[in-house]
Write a protein that binds this ligand. Structure first.
Ligand code: FMN
Length: 406
């Protein structure tokens, strides 16, 4: 056996890591996040509890969200090997246009509460990554401001129909005129879901300053400094506020929206129409009959009805029933690129993600959203290669099943 020796300084010095001054501390911290779950942990530390809970939470017992996430843990691919996967193409056609990646940033309300850069940051990353972004009716950046800030982003507008139809028509007209190409009509929100964390945390819109808030401020001074020194946190497309988001949804929006309103939407909207919140084969068939361009199988990330069915479990049946007539998308519970590949393998055209990018926003504004997009992209690419597929079309024919189901 060779004897030991003292290493020479010239051998040891190159092994000592030096701080990389080309990247900020935030970027380095984000780079150490290996998964969207890690970004979530970072978000939890950085944002005040009520803010984190608003994004992270769901309705009632939160079983719908837990089950949606659990379904992705039950996915089982049959990987194929001995295939040339050197070149992988992640592009997919979404409502008539190429998207660079098979996911979309879903509409989320009150986004500037997560980070003062809000919708602008999310749209900027969407533009850089070549994917669509849906601005919510409950957004905190106006339709026009977002269009001006991110003219290159593919922008969609998500509509909640207010009781005052004139105001919904106004929103559609403004989005149409400023280049939003798809209207997402969310149909799972006849009334607001019961979100217990918001009640327990006393989260009202706008957030109120109380004694307990002051204690929170001491723990999260950066967040409060940002909120208090930037544009006031208000809805951009809504004059009403007060109460929890659930209260607001119930008070302002029309629970009487039906299939007949699609004709009214077509009269007021020139672009594509997507129904988000379809939760049964029967409603998917109804949507196809109504002639919409796309549906999203979604239970609103478990934030509306609790104990609803699981979108991933419903997906194959719905694709078989209506996939030739409407584009079928899915969301709810997606936390990794493997989840996205699974959704494609079960027949979705692409997946929408909500919380994943919100965790990024809370963890580090635009940089955080960018990190989440990078993680998802890398995981999609790697999973595709490891199951032996080179294109999204090939993923759709890959063998996959859910454990515990025939
Ligand atoms: C904080 C938050 C706010 C949301 N706001 C809206 C909204 O204003 N309009 C809407 O159609 N969906 C909204 N959603 C639902 C998302 O569009 C999407 O369906 C859901 O987030 C998907 O589940 P995931 O978060 O597990 O990815 C919201 C979701 C979250 C988490």
């Amino acid at each position: 056996m060779a004897g030991r020796r003292m290493p020479r300084p010239s051998e040891v010095l190159p092994l000592i890591g030096r701080p990389d001054r080309s990247r900020t501390a935030l970027q380095r911290r984000l780079e150490r996040c290996a998964s969207v779950w890690d970004v979530r942990t970072m978000a939890r530390r950085r944002a005040p509890r009520a803010v984190f809970d608003y994004a992270d939470g769901a309705a009632m017992s939160e079983a719908s969200l837990a089950r949606s996430r659990d379904a992705y843990r039950r996915v089982e691919f049959t990987p194929r090997v001995l295939r040339d996967v050197a070149q992988v193409d992640l592009q997919v056609e979404i409502l008539g246009q190429r998207s660079a990646l098979p996911f979309v940033f879903a509409p989320t309300g009150f986004t500037r509460m997560m980070h003062h850069s809000g919708e602008r940051a999310v749209a900027a990353v969407a533009a850089d990554k070549g994917i669509p972004y849906g601005l919510s009716t409950l957004g905190t950046t106006s339709i026009e401001d977002l269009a001006n800030a991110c003219p290159d982003a593919r922008r969609w507008f998500q509509l909640y129909v207010s009781r005052d139809r004139g105001s919904a028509e106004g929103l559609m007209r403004r989005a149409d005129e400023t280049g939003y190409d798809t209207l997402i009509l969310t149909v799972d929100t006849a009334v607001g879901g019961i979100r217990r964390r918001e009640v327990r945390n006393g989260l009202t819109i706008p957030p109120q300053l109380r004694l307990s808030t002051l204690a929170e401020m001491a723990r999260h001074p950066r967040w409060w400094f940002d909120v208090l020194t930037t544009e006031p946190l208000t809805f951009a497309s809504l004059s009403s506020s007060g109460g929890t988001v659930g209260d607001l949804l119930t008070r302002v929006f029309d629970p009487g929206v039906t299939g007949a309103d699609i004709t009214w939407i077509r009269e007021n909207w020139s672009g594509k129409v997507m129904l988000k919140g379809i939760q049964s084969r029967a409603d998917a068939e109804l949507a196809a009959d109504l002639g919409v361009d796309a549906i999203v199988l979604s239970n609103h990330g478990g934030r509306q009805v609790d104990m609803g069915n699981v979108p991933l479990e419903l997906l194959p049946e719905v694709v078989a029933a209506v996939g030739d007539h409407v584009e079928v998308y899915i969301d709810g519970g997606i936390m990794s690129g493997t989840d996205i590949v699974a959704a494609l393998a079960f027949g979705a055209r692409a997946a929408l993600v909500g919380r994943a990018y919100l965790y990024g926003l809370m963890a580090g504004g635009e940089e955080g959203v960018r990190r989440v997009a990078e993680i998802l992209e890398k995981e999609v690419r790697t999973t595709m290669q490891l199951i032996g597929t080179r294109t999204v079309a090939e993923v759709r024919t890959a063998e996959v099943r859910l454990r515990g189901r025939p």
